[in-house]
Ligand binder design. Structure first.
Ligand code: 6GP
Length: 807
């Protein structure tokens, strides 16, 4: 039936009755949520089926985005928006006395990722579908997502995130598409004349069961698939699992998302996870490809596999294994196809995140994969001999000092390597991966990250969206670059005021939320100054904290500047559970917050709010209310950043170092519409090359720095002696790895400039408008089009007519 408000209301009441035998007034928000999601799902399922059939019929090349993390957040609102149902459903439910926003709050975030890399993977899923492109996700269905963060006495406590507890209405378990993954054991090669057959002994067999989630494109009828794998005991193997411990081992394989994106621990389990989802994914892809009835020598024309950072790097060896061992292709033919199929994105230059695996662990996890990697390595060295200097070959080969270097495997085994912002890609080419760039210049390319404006503007910020519709029409909803039309209104007081009003409403909404969550009352007159991202030393939350302490001491000592503006500092950040330094910073932020928020002399001048459990759905509440976006990593360290893009799109002004995508933001909005400070990448590298940074001198010679740092150790900030000392020592004794002291003065100066600018509201609103206007330049729909054209060579289905989803 056609979709309209009245028909929907009937459908809703009937479905609620069928499912729960309840009237609307007797149903809980949970029951209402599950009813609504079931209607949504049954309306897109037909398109889901049609989409993949169409890809098959048209012989479309399909791309599979392999990622150990996905961070979709909540799906209800984005499905409603993308189906074109959002406003009608909101209205219809209102008639039934139901508040859509309230029932949307019931949905638990799907938080199967740590941070930027996982969120980008989900933005790309949304954009692939919205661009009508044949692209699917492949990952792990973690029983517990990223831990739930609580603060107790200011310390981060990690609780299990039981996101599946009340059921997940979006997934479909596809038992019939299960595959078997082999782990561990031993392998022998038996000569069968024209090929070598691997014979396995004592391997553990795991049944990989896919759970599929539909990814609904924006108003285009395309519905793609994100496939996440669960691990089970195959029925044929039941007898081998006699004890609870043995059975638990299988469950454990997919139970937790490896919660540490900075350090390695629990190593073997992590590597097993990596092989598990890679092998399951590639087996199911090859099985699907066989339905195309094409030669395996053409698989590269029909299939692309994207290696999202190095975690899925074993894809290279797994595809080789299947092509050589199971399809009996020659090594050279198989290699040609593998390189054609694979492509790779690097997401960080932080050395500790470039995975290396000891050979003996790889041997233990999958001995055949190790053999294949050794053979790839041997052939690589052989081929490069004579062409490149020996030390260069040693630096680039895959296995070195008994370690398997996953980035090397990814680059050698694929046809494309990309960085995620211009500066990042330049750093890869010039420095981190320079040798590879010399060998394979044609493989390197940049793809600056993007965000989905649907979630971050249309859904998260309806207030601003309405203002935009009125000012420039609704085209921007389809094509966010059209937000530039706003530039015509830079001197239009009406539009400027409307934008400011929308911001105020969003600040009021967030202020209420903050009070409910933390008991802290904040004034919406203050600047809402936001830093939301993983807690990591290189991101320099500490610089922000030092600035807060400085302002606190200034006020206490009666030294407030005449144009000082009240501020509410808002943090959201999780620290990896074993990253003690990051946890010390969390503790200190919480103690500073306590000190500042409860001091009557400070009152509304400063408030510090550290919201617990930063996640996608919390970001949706914070971002629309932000006035300032803190993007203050040490230049060269943040590959791109994406919260910088979300915040500018919502009219926040950026305080930034020239790092990652901040540079591209600056290039769009112009120097006058962003607050740039701090060392540049070249200056940082000069320090590295000359070894002439002495942080202690900064402490010693700068009274301001001394005053602030002493507060961490002299009892001024209460209840964090040990943590304060650790931070103090890292910045003075251990030479301040991320140049916090070096950039402090420049940071304070730019913040004073922020205050001066804020005192001229009209000018501030104009700057805000310019940021919104260029925010649309970072749409992940555009980013993904560039991946599609330059890396994957995939194209959308021919324009199909699509009305709205019927009921
Ligand atoms: C992050 C980068 O730190 C961030 O700058 C970037 O925007 C994001 O990836 C998306 O590209 N990296 C990770 O999350 C990570 O785990 C191994 O890298």
């Amino acid at each position: 039936m056609d979709f309209n408000k009245e028909v929907f209301k009937e459908k809703f009441k009937n479905r609620l009755d069928e499912k729960y035998a309840l009237d609307v007034k007797d149903a809980t928000p949970q029951e209402l949520y599950l009813t609504l999601s079931s209607i949504v799902r049954s309306s897109y399922s037909r398109y889901w089926r049609k989409t993949w059939k169409k890809y098959m019929e048209d012989g479309k090349k399909q791309i599979y985005y392999f990622s150990i993390e996905f961070l979709p957040g909540r799906l209800l609102m984005s499905n409603l928006l993308n189906m074109g149902w959002l406003e009608t459903v909101r209205d219809a439910l209102k008639d039934l006395d139901i508040d859509l926003d309230e029932i949307a709050e019931v949905e638990k975030d799907m938080a199967l990722g740590n941070g930027g890399l996982g969120r980008l993977a989900s933005a790309f899923m949304d954009s692939l579908a919205s661009d009508g492109l044949p692209g699917n996700g492949n990952g792990i269905r973690y029983r517990y997502g990223l831990f739930k963060q609580k603060f107790i006495d200011g310390y981060q406590i990690e609780l299990p995130n039981e996101w599946l507890d009340s059921g997940n209405p979006w997934e479909i378990r596809r038992e019939s598409k299960s595959v078997t993954v082999r782990l561990g054991g031993k392998v022998y090669l038996v000569d069968r004349g024209n090929y070598l057959e691997p014979v396995y002994e004592d391997a553990q067999l795991i049944k990989a069961v896919p759970y599929d989630t539909a990814i609904v494109g924006y108003k285009n009828g395309t519905v793609n698939t994100m496939r996440l794998w669960d691990a089970e005991i195959p029925s044929s193997e039941e007898a081998k699992y006699r004890t609870i411990e043995q059975r638990r081992e299988v469950e454990d394989l997919v139970s937790v998302l490896y919660p540490d994106d900075s350090k390695e621990s629990g190593r073997i389990l992590r590597l097993k996870q990596e092989y598990f989802f890679v092998s399951a994914g590639i087996q199911s892809i090859v099985r699907h490809f066989k339905k195309y009835n094409k030669s395996m020598n053409k698989i590269g024309e029909y299939i692309g596999i994207h290696i999202n950072d190095t975690h899925p790097a074993m894809s290279v060896a797994e595809l080789m294994r299947i092509l050589v061992d199971e399809e009996h292709m020659s090594w050279d033919d198989a290699w040609k196809q593998t390189v054609a199929v694979m492509s790779y994105t690097n997401h960080t230059i932080m050395a500790e995140a470039l995975e290396k695996w000891p050979v003996h662990i790889m041997q233990q996890v999958q001995p055949r994969i190790l053999q294949i990697i050794q053979e790839i390595d041997r052939r690589f060295v052989e081929e490069k001999q004579g062409k490149y200097a020996r030390d260069m070959i040693e630096r680039t080969r895959i296995i070195k000092d008994n370690q398997v270097r996953m980035a090397n495997l990814s680059i050698i085994g694929s046809h494309s390597t990309n960085g995620v912002a211009k500066l990042h890609t330049e750093l890869l080419k010039d420095d981190v991966l320079h040798d590879f760039y010399v060998m394979y210049p044609e493989r390197f390319n940049n793809k600056t990250n993007g965000i989905t404006d649907r979630r971050w503007l249309q859904i998260a910020n309806p207030e601003l969206s309405k203002v935009l519709d009125k000012a420039i029409g609704t085209e921007w909803r389809q094509d966010p670059t059209k937000l530039q039309k706003l530039l015509k209104h830079q001197n239009d007081n009406k539009v400027l005021n409307q934008i400011a009003n929308a911001k105020l409403k969003n600040k009021e909404r967030l202020a209420k939320f903050i009070e409910k969550e933390t008991g802290i009352k904040v004034s919406t007159d203050a600047i809402f100054d936001v830093q939301i991202k993983r807690l990591h030393a290189y991101k320099r939350q500490l610089l922000k904290l030092m600035h807060i302490v400085k302002l606190y001491l200034d006020i206490k000592q009666g030294k407030v500047a005449s144009d000082f503006q009240p501020r509410v500092f808002i943090f959201g950040a999780k620290a990896a559970p074993s990253y003690y330094y990051a946890k010390a910073i969390i503790k200190c932020i919480n103690e500073v917050a306590n000190m500042v928020n409860n001091d009557p002399e400070i009152g509304d001048k400063l408030k510090v709010v550290f919201l617990e459990d930063y996640r996608v759905s919390l970001a949706e509440k914070i971002i629309p209310a932000a006035n300032i976006s803190e993007q203050i990593s040490l230049a060269s360290k943040e590959a791109s950043g994406t919260s910088n893009m979300k915040l500018m799109l919502n009219g926040a002004l950026t305080v930034a170092t020239l790092d990652g995508a901040n540079i591209e933001i600056k290039d769009y909005v112009g120097e006058d519409n962003i607050f740039i400070f701090g060392l540049t990448k070249d200056e940082v590298y000069d320090y590295y090359n000359n070894g002439n940074y002495h942080s202690y001198d900064y402490y010693n010679n700068h009274e301001e720095i001394r005053r602030v740092l002493n507060a961490f150790v002299d009892g001024t900030i209460p209840n964090c002696q040990a943590e304060g000392q650790e931070i103090f020592d890292s910045l003075t004794k251990y030479n301040d790895e991320y140049f916090v002291l070096r950039d402090f003065e420049s940071y304070v100066n730019i913040q004073e400039m922020v205050d001066r600018t804020y005192s001229n509201k009209r000018h501030w609103n104009q700057m805000s408008l310019v940021n919104i206007a260029y925010g649309g330049m970072f749409s992940s729909d555009d980013t993904i089009k560039r991946y599609a054209e330059d890396i994957w060579n995939i194209s959308p289905l021919k324009d199909e007519k699509h009305g709205t989803y019927s009921l």
